[in-house]
Design a protein around this ligand. Sequence first.
Ligand SMILES: [Cu+2]
Length: 309
Amino acid sequence: MNPARSDLSPTQWRQIGLITAASVAVFALIRWLPTGTNLSHMDFRVTAKNPIDFCDPLNPQFIPVVAVASPVTMTLVTDAPPAAGRVVRCTLTLRTASGKPIAPEDLLVSNTKLLHLLIADPSLADYQHVHPEPAKTPGDWTFTFTPLRGGDYRVFADFTPAATARSLYANAELNVLGRGEAGPSVSVLTKSWTAEQAGYRFALTPAVLPMRAGQTADLRFSITKEKGGAVPLQLVMGAFAHLVAFDAARSGFAHIHPMELDVTQPPDALHPVLNFKLTIPRAGSYVIWSQVNLGGRETFVPFWFDVVP
Ligand SMILES: [Cu+2]
């Protein structure tokens, strides 16, 4: 008989058996529990010359999404040819470079959502912010939107893989039939730091004018009710205002949020003011689309301006 065995009493054998069974059960339970993402940081690694890897949330920059290589491919399929003024139903597919689907469990919530789409027509007169919902097939996401104009719409996706915990971007184009007759008039393209819409006056005021390329600009965003009274400013995606800047060529964007980070302290009700910082690296024509929630109604207001060298 094996001397080691002879040292153990039947009770000890039973204890070993129970401990082993318990360990197997715990192991099986852990394996059975959802483990989150199946993707690793290697799935989001890019070997190209200009990989997207930046995004310091405290120092938001203009991100040249189109020029840089994204480790993610995005494709768009619509149920019918998109046309201006009509609802378009889209299925968007997100995959890693090696073809792995990017599903909800692979992404972190950012600004209250897993996936943000910034959609703009070639004139940048129609800007929309949409949140796709995950579809049954992993990697597929569905959304609807109504393009106001014709042309090659550009769709920028903004998301944060759980594997890297850093913002990542992708882009795709969607041709929309029509000449834009359903869209806003070109007067919205007039360069201005003020705008009126729906009974409100919006002002975006840079501390120093003109805005210069490469210099951080302090921007003051304010809203007043034209007839006087309180401005019913509410949170949208976890902030009192979102500003998204595009260059005229739509090569990328900058998405910025108020410096007033404490959303439990809303701005003054009669004359809300929010402060932003923005650095634009290159001279040219730009638009900042502001997005606010006024009494439950989402309002988008553009400000066109020039950045000088
Ligand atoms: Cu935002």
